[in-house]
Design a protein. Structure first.
Length: 475
């Protein structure tokens, strides 16, 4: 009974707190030189984002409540403004890719890819780690949720391999193998999330917010920009983890045998798997060359979904059961809409000007470093990529542009940091919570490793990455 009462109190506090914060913010109306409508919308969006962090209800439910408050108070018009986010082609691109991911999982092609890497690279622990990261690299463009990739594919494989080789938290043998593989999977998940627009749910939101500042990032230009720092991270970070989180078991000759047995159980590559491969190659071709041919990336994704339906790789029922896709459609559409109207009402411009005043008079390079690193390490205070992007990306990008930073450089750096900053804590993103829940990595170890890897990511992406973008002519 006491536990039930505590749970009810906890739920009530988490539900009421966002509304209380929104109300308190609203009391400052008139203290800022922005439209009253814009300030009230900011209060609603802040309360919505806080609700997403506290999680009294699922994210979609929280954003619907925010939408309801914005329309019931006449801050936004339900017919002309409040539902405009649902017409965004970028959001539908992500929804379509969720359906394509269903085909990848349903046919077990993603699982086959993972076990193939284990078979070829799994004799040594380091090689197995690289195999898991390469699996992430292949499936990331087709599964637009780092949480879905981790929870649905990578974590089950990691757990199966670790347990089959006798590395479990229950036995106190997590350092034998599981601790290292957990961190490799986690950091690899964030690297690949940064490399593709379609690999993480907040990336299309970033693309949309950058476009509002006159910085247009396509699927192919995002990949081109991330290719060099991304590949370097894939090569370097597993090696660093091998030394700062060393597995006690260095060689695992049994791993290829386990993978071979699993592949044998799966049998030969099925017709449906070949179909998915063919469709993915076609989509990749159109995503890379579509800009020249006048084909919108969302149209390419829609074509892929229709081909999977026509070939019966997936069914309409499969699409209806893809809950995360419909969930993403709701919350992402609402957040994109609110962020867009904040800019229209002048609030983003005001916040950006305020931030830029703090670094006024500085050379743009030093302002760029300070603001970029502030954006990165402020993620210690937040849980979730989308909440961070929704609340800070537009303001920081505008501030960087005002201080003289090259717009494309600023947009790309903040975009890639929006995945990489989750590397530091066990709550920074959903995939962290899943892997931490496996019990292989103690919390202090997780934070120590995360801090070290954050330094490595900054050197690679801010240092080498910015030089690569200079070569490409992006700034």
């Amino acid at each position: 009974m006491a536990k039930r009462a505590r749970n009810r109190l906890d739920y009530t506090l988490r539900l009421i707190t966002p509304f209380l914060v929104g109300f308190l913010l609203a009391l400052f109306e008139g203290s800022f030189p922005v439209q009253t409508q814009g300030w009230y919308l900011f209060c609603i969006l802040s309360a919505t984002i806080l609700g997403i962090i506290l999680k009294p209800l699922p994210m979609g439910a929280v954003t619907l409540i925010g939408l309801c408050v914005a329309t019931c108070t006449s801050i936004l018009d339900i017919g002309k403004e409040a539902l405009t986010g649902f017409s965004s082609p970028i959001i539908w691109l992500i929804v379509f890719v969720f359906f394509i991911a269903r085909g990848l999982v349903k046919t077990q092609l993603s699982t086959r890819i993972a076990y193939l890497f284990v078979y070829f690279l799994g004799k040594r622990t380091l090689g197995l780690g690289y195999g898991l990261v390469l699996t992430e690299l292949i499936i990331a463009p087709m599964i637009p949720s780092n949480v879905a990739r981790t929870g649905g594919i990578m974590f089950p494989i990691l757990k199966a391999i670790s347990e089959s080789l006798g590395s479990t938290p229950e036995k106190g043998t997590e350092k034998n193998l599981g601790c290292f593989l957990t961190q490799v999977c986690f950091q690899g998940n964030l690297i690949t999330s940064a490399m593709f627009i379609t690999a993480m749910a907040a990336n299309p939101l970033i693309q949309s917010l950058a476009a509002k500042q006159g910085v247009f990032i396509t699927w192919s230009s995002w990949l081109l920009a991330s290719s060099v720092p991304g590949v370097l991270s894939i090569i370097i970070i597993p090696l660093i983890l091998y030394f700062i989180c060393p597995p006690l078991v260095k060689e695992i000759p049994e791993a290829p045998l386990i993978a071979q047995r699993k592949l044998k159980e799966m049998g030969a590559v099925k017709q449906e798997e070949w179909m998915v491969i063919s469709i993915f190659v076609l989509m990749l071709t159109l995503w890379i060359g579509g800009e020249k041919w006048g084909i919108n990336p969302s149209v390419t994704a829609l074509l892929g979904v229709c081909l999977l339906l026509v070939t019966k790789v997936i069914t309409w029922d499969d699409m209806l059961r893809e809950r995360e896709a419909w969930h993403t459609l709701v919350w992402l559409s609402i957040l994109v809409m609110m962020s867009g109207y904040l800019e229209k009402f002048g609030l983003i411009a005001y916040f950006s000007k305020t931030i830029s005043i703090l670094v006024s008079g500085w050379h743009w390079f030093y302002a760029f470093l300070v603001l970029s690193l502030t954006y990165f390490y402020s993620h210690y205070l937040l849980a979730g990529n989308v909440a961070h992007v929704g609340s800070m990306y537009a303001a920081f990008l505008t501030a960087l542009i005002i201080t003289g930073s090259p717009p494309y450089l600023a947009a790309l750096m903040l975009a890639f940091f929006s995945s990489l900053f989750s590397s530091m804590t066990h709550y920074g993103t959903g995939s962290a919570a899943i892997l931490y829940g496996g019990g292989y990595v103690p919390i202090l170890t997780w934070w120590r490793i995360g801090l070290i890897i954050s330094f490595v990511n900054i050197v690679i992406w801010l240092g080498i990455g910015s030089m690569w973008w200079k070569v490409l002519g992006f700034w």
